[in-house]
Design a protein around this ligand. Structure first.
Ligand SMILES: [Cu+2]
Length: 324
C-alpha cells in the first residue's frame, strides 16, 4: 500500500516535471475535461445578520437535526459528527496545501446539502468577521436567541473540557470527537482577549480587519493569496474563538461553517476581480509536496463522492450554483 502510494506520488511528480522539461503546453484544454455546465440562476449566500429571523431559526434547527441522524459513513456517532471526523482525519491533506480553498468550498456544499435534507430551505450563510473585527465578541452570530450562543462559561470545570457554551441552542449538545480522540464533550468556546493592556481589540480582531482582508486579497496569484488567507485571517479567527474552534475537530462548532463560508467568499471576490484568469488559477503543492493540478482529487471519505479540484473552482456550475 505504502509502496503503491509512494509510486503514485513519484509518478505524479515525474509527470509534472515532464510537462515542464519537454516544454509542451499542458495536454488537453481543461474546459473540455471538466464539467462546466453553467447554472442559470445562482443563489445569493447571505451574511448571518442579513438573514430573516425565520431563515436563522430554520438554519439552527437543521444543524440540531444533523445530530439526530445516523452516520453516513458507518460510525457509531451521528451525521453531525461525520463532518468533524472527516475534517479531522484529513487535516494534513486539506490544510497548508493548494486544495485548502476548493476542499473547504466542497465541504461547505456537502454540509449545506445535509442541512437541506434536514428541512433547511435557505442556503449556506457566512459570518463577516472582518465587518465585526472591532468588537467580534459582540457579533450577532453569538446571540443566544437567534444565533449560535456566546462565549463558553468560564466557570465550567473539568479541563480540558471546560468553558462549555451554556447559552443558546447548542447548550447540552454532546460532541463525540476532540482532536484525535473519541471524547464526548460539550461545545466549548474560549474567546481570546488579544492584548487589552495594549489597547488591542477582543478575540484578536485586529488580525482580521477589512484592511487585512484587502492586504491578503491584493496578492495577484493563487498560491500567494491562498497562503496569506489561510495562515492569517482564517487561522486567527479559529484562534480567536478558540475552544472547539482550535483543533482539527473544529467543525464541532457550527460557527466553523459560517467562518469558512466567509473564507470562501473572500476567495470568490478575489476570483471575480479577474474571472477569466482567476477562476481556474490554481497552483502550489499538495500533501507530500506533490505539485498541485486541477485534476487533484478532493477526498471526502464517503460523506460525499471524491471530486476533482477543477470541478469546484467556479461557483456558477450546476454543482454549486451560488454567488455572494
Ligand atoms: Cu479546515
Amino acid at each position: 500500500m505504502t509502496i503503491l502510494k509512494n509510486l503514485a506520488v513519484f509518478l505524479t511528480a515525474l509527470s509534472a516535471f515532464a510537462d515542464v522539461s519537454v516544454g509542451t503546453p499542458v495536454a488537453a484544454p481543461l474546459a473540455e475535461s471538466l464539467p462546466r455546465a453553467t447554472c442559470t440562476n445562482p443563489v445569493l449566500r447571505k451574511e448571518w445578520s442579513a438573514a430573516t429571523a425565520a431563515e436563522r431559526s430554520s438554519y439552527i434547527s437543521a444543524v440540531l437535526c444533523l445530530a439526530t441522524k445516523p452516520s453516513r459513513i458507518n460510525l457509531s456517532t451521528t451525521l453531525y459528527d461525520d463532518f468533524v471526523y472527516v475534517h479531522n482525519s484529513l487535516t494534513d491533506r486539506i490544510h497548508g496545501v493548494a486544495q485548502f480553498l476548493p476542499w473547504h468550498r466542497y465541504f461547505i456544499h456537502v454540509y449545506e446539502q445535509a442541512l437541506k435534507d434536514c428541512g433547511y430551505t435557505g442556503v449556506a450563510m457566512y459570518w463577516n468577521w472582518a465587518a465585526d473585527s472591532a468588537a467580534p465578541s459582540a457579533a450577532k452570530v453569538w446571540s443566544p436567541v437567534d444565533g449560535f450562543g456566546g462565549n463558553g462559561n468560564q466557570s465550567t470545570p473539568d479541563v480540558p473540557f471546560s468553558k462549555c457554551v451554556t447559552d443558546g441552542p447548542f447548550t447540552g449538545l454532546t460532541l463525540a470527537y476532540y482532536n484525535t480522540e473519541v471524547r464526548p464533550h460539550c461545545l466549548m468556546r474560549d474567546f481570546q482577549p488579544a492584548h487589552p493592556e495594549a489597547g488591542l481589540q477582543d478575540m484578536i480582531g485586529f488580525q482580521f480587519t477589512p484592511e487585512i482582508v484587502a492586504e491578503v486579497s491584493a496578492y495577484p496569484d493563487f498560491s500567494s493569496f491562498h497562503g496569506a488567507l489561510e495562515s492569517r485571517p482564517h487561522a486567527v479567527v479559529h484562534a480567536g474563538v478558540s475552544g472547539d474552534m482550535g483543533p482539527a475537530t473544529s467543525p464541532n462548532d457550527p460557527i466553523f461553517f459560517l467562518h469558512h463560508t466567509m473564507v470562501d467568499r473572500i476567495w470568490w471576490l478575489w476570483q471575480q476581480q479577474n474571472p477569466s484568469v482567476r477562476t481556474n488559477d490554481f497552483s502550489g503543492t499538495e500533501y507530500a509536496g506533490v505539485a498541485a493540478t486541477l485534476d487533484d482529487l478532493m477526498p471526502m471519505m464517503g460523506i460525499a463522492t471524491d471530486r476533482k479540484v477543477g470541478d469546484f473552482m467556479s461557483t456558477s456550475t450546476t454543482d454549486l450554483c451560488y454567488k455572494y
